[in-house]
Design a protein around this ligand. Structure first.
Ligand SMILES: NC(=O)c1ccc[n+]([C@@H]2O[C@H](COP(=O)([O-])OP(=O)(O)OC[C@H]3O[C@@H](n4cnc5c(N)ncnc54)[C@H](O)[C@@H]3O)[C@@H](O)[C@H]2O)c1
Length: 344
């Protein structure tokens, strides 16, 4: 049985991390910490375990084997580094960290301490994305030539446990990064997984089109990001990440191959629709993706637990996240400089 601590008891902790640990027969949550103490106390009351008065107090508890880091973006690296140093395995939410140096430090420290570092890139675990990967590997649509991928919803200010235009997601000092790192990182990670290709170059355009603070001033992080990518093997693709899709969430990915087209989460009724070049259409009815309104099991906690308990190599390791983060930082640079940027 692994003893778990939850650091940050907001929305993602409450709808995914905590219930998924609670449902796991090898996990026992024994500690909660949030900078709003009432939140940690509520979780301890509901799930058992104890609310801790500080991060340091939680990390000093030697009975805790592993922690989930579910705090606001700017603290991901600092909390993860402290937790690794305290000898805990760490599951850190995305975006991994706010600088490439911090991302690397986290990975190096995990290697040094011999602890697992896992990042919450849940999208590659959804049934339709798993199936799409199998079908692509089997060559159903031939070689992928181009793709378009989208992640858009109406914005994080209705999702956060502290909702409204004052949400930390809009606060440049706390969120640091905008829609591209919040939503785009999921799709960057996904396309790397689906195509098996690394991102080689990006041309990006970011804008703040609609979100404002209560004062009416535009927010200081982008609410929309558009990117054109070249992958290492030369294929091209586009990505849209948006906090201003005021209607149903768009989580679609379409891959255009030499033998046909694969649409994933692009059809109301079927999770995958493949149309082959000869006109044949194949429908796959798999579980729909988690949306802000429809929370389903992410599978991230199971992956984290399996990595620790069985030494199973995880597809969600900190090391694997480095390439996606490099791609995000290249996109940010491209948008700033208004030119294409190569990705190392
Ligand atoms: N994997 C996903 O699909 C997914 C979805 C949503 C959010 N997230 C990520 O999860 C993280 C948390 O987001 P959320 O949606 O739960 O936000 P939230 O606003 O609902 O909750 C954040 C919580 O963290 C607490 N907190 C903030 N800074 C802290 C600190 N220094 N120490 C202790 N507690 C602190 C806040 O009090 C709050 O309770 C973010 O980085 C976000 O990007 C990931």
């Amino acid at each position: 049985m692994l003893k778990i601590g939850i650091i940050g008891c907001g929305k993602i902790a409450q709808v995914r991390h905590i219930p998924e640990y609670a449902a796991h027969d090898q996990a026992e949550i024994i500690a909660f910490y949030d900078k709003t103490p009432r939140r940690a106390e509520d979780m301890a009351e509901k799930y058992g375990g104890q609310a801790y008065p500080s991060l340091e107090a939680l990390l000093a508890d030697e009975t805790i084997d592993a922690v989930s880091v579910c705090v606001a973006n700017h603290m991901h690296a600092e909390v993860t580094i402290q937790a690794l140093r305290a000898g805990k395995h760490v599951l850190c939410e995305k975006p991994m960290a706010m600088t490439m140096d911090d991302c690397r430090t986290m990975v190096e420290l995990a290697a040094e301490t011999g602890k697992e570092l896992v990042i919450g890139h849940n999208q590659i675990l959804t049934p339709a994305h798993r199936r799409a990967k199998e079908l692509l590997d089997q060559g159903l649509i031939g070689d992928v030539l181009t793709f378009r991928t989208t992640f858009g919803h109406g914005g994080p200010e209705t999702w956060s446990i502290d909702p409204g235009p004052g949400t930390w997601f809009f606060n440049k000092e706390v969120a640091v990064l905008g829609a591209m790192a919040d939503l785009g990182v999921h799709k960057v990670y996904l396309l790397h997984y689906l195509t098996g290709q690394r991102f080689a170059e990006v041309m990006a355009d970011f804008a703040t089109l609609d979100k404002t603070y209560a004062s009416g001033q535009p927010i200081m992080v982008e609410d929309n990001a558009l990117c054109i990518f070249r992958m290492e093997n030369g294929i091209r693709g586009t990505l849209a990440a948006s906090w201003t899709y005021y209607g149903p969430e768009d989580n679609s990915t379409v891959l255009y191959g030499t033998k046909g087209i694969m649409r994933v989460y692009d059809d109301q009724d079927y999770s995958i629709v493949v149309t082959l070049r000869d006109g044949e259409t194949i429908y796959y009815d798999l579980e729909s993706i988690q949306t802000n309104e429809n929370q389903t099991k992410s599978g991230v906690i199971d992956a984290f637990m399996a990595t620790i308990l069985e030494g199973q190599e995880t597809e969600l390791s900190g090391e694997k996240a480095l390439h996606s983060m490099a791609t995000i930082f290249a996109a940010i640079e491209s948008a700033k400089q208004k030119r294409s940027v190569r990705i190392d």
